[in-house]
Design a protein around this ligand. Structure first.
Ligand SMILES: Cc1ncc(COP(=O)(O)O)c(C=O)c1O
Length: 367
């Protein structure tokens, strides 16, 4: 029996190898490696795909968040609303800017930011919010946007797990002032290394992001903005992303199919699925909830099926930032119950069935 991995990037790439190899070779021969024509081409293609005016390539998804915050002049003394169950990337960006995260709890059935907690946190007048579309499912973004209306709080969307997710005709990342993406290799749109982008409809913000990603330059060697740094998307990654972008929707559809098969096929009293999102959500990580998670993991492992936990430690409980004052009961409850099952486009039908059968065979008397 071959092992079912949590993700298999090699197998994913194998399906697109000729296109990717030719993109890499052409770029290598071009002699241009950083912020060249492939980056511009990808920025246009990705902006077009998202239906937005501007996309600016940056070094990775965490930089995208940080640069987006800096473009809003967020800095020391500012509070940025966010959740604590999304892997710590937003927290890292907020703290790097010198600002303070204002953590809000999540909804148990969706695992996304809680609308009630968001409303309450608005009373503390945060300066900005980073809303993560976690696991590929859209946060209740239209509600949040209308609740934030009339406040001075700018809303940034973290779409690192939601490439291609849509609400009606609008793409994730186009509701707030900016949308931030990661192209880390495991993402729904992945490069062969680090990469990221910020999208926006605001030309002023787009120019600011372009300057901040390159030392604060207005023109070469002319620094007109403070807070700039080096965070550029390179040509090789842009070429790979351009080659992979046309398959994104098809791959997202396959992820949805697998998630649906799990949802219909897994029938076990201890395994719960989060609420199903709209049909235009995408699946990045397939996360279930199980009160007996440790035993389920051991059982899956005995069937040669990998699982993982996204994420094992909420941000406010990380040793570097531990703060006893913060209470997020739902976030903390979920952290002991969540379990990620394998779900990626290159999975075969029989692998999907094996996961379903293994879950259904999780012995109740073992607990
Ligand atoms: C929700 C979320 N935000 C941000 C990031 C950060 O992306 P990167 O790893 O490219 O910095 C990730 C990726 O790991 C993520 O999953």
């Amino acid at each position: 029996m071959t092992r079912i991995l949590i993700n298999d990037i090699g197998r994913q790439l194998a399906n697109h190898l000729p296109d990717i190899e030719s993109a890499v070779l052409t770029t290598m021969r071009s002699g241009q490696f950083v912020l060249g024509p492939k980056v511009s081409e990808f920025e246009i293609a990705f902006a077009d795909y998202c239906g937005v005016g501007h996309a600016v390539g940056v070094g990775n998804g965490t930089d995208a968040l940080e640069i987006a915050l800096r473009a809003l002049d967020i800095g020391p003394g500012d509070r940025v609303l966010t959740v604590a169950n999304a892997g710590g990337y937003a927290s890292s960006a907020i703290r790097t800017c010198g600002a303070t995260p204002l953590y809000v709890d999540v909804d148990e059935s969706t695992m996304q930011v809680s609308v009630t907690a968001f409303a309450k946190a608005l009373e503390l007048r945060p300066h900005a919010a980073i809303i993560t579309h976690l696991f590929g499912k859209l946060a209740p973004i239209d509600h949040l946007i209308s609740m934030a209306e009339g406040t001075n709080m700018a809303l940034i969307e973290d779409c690192a797990q939601a490439h291609g997710a849509r609400l009606g005709k609008r793409s994730a990342g186009t509701f707030g002032v900016m949308g931030c993406f990661s192209f880390y290799p495991t993402k729904n749109l992945g490069a062969l290394g680090d990469g990221g982008a910020v999208i926006t409809n605001d030309p002023y913000l787009a120019e600011k992001i372009k300057s901040l990603r390159q030392y604060g330059w207005q023109a070469k060697y002319q620094v007109t903005r403070s807070g700039g740094r080096n965070s550029r998307l390179d040509e090789m990654q842009a070429a790979v992303l351009l080659a992979r972008l046309p398959s994104l929707d098809k791959n997202n559809e396959r992820r949805r199919e697998i998630a649906d098969e799990y949802r219909h096929g897994i029938r076990h009293p201890y395994i719960r699925f989060p609420d199903r999102g709209g049909r235009s959500d995408v699946v990045h990580l397939l996360v279930i909830q199980c009160k007996h998670r440790a035993a389920l993991r051991v059982h899956l492992e005995s069937n040669d099926i990998a699982s993982d936990i996204h994420y094992p430690q909420p941000d406010h409980r990380q040793p570097a930032y531990i703060d006893e004052e913060i209470l997020l009961p739902v976030t903390e409850k979920l952290v002991s119950e969540i379990l990620t099952l394998p779900c990626y486009p290159a999975m075969t039908g029989s692998e999907v069935q094996r996961v379903i059968e293994a879950c259904n065979g999780f012995p109740i008397h073992d607990i």
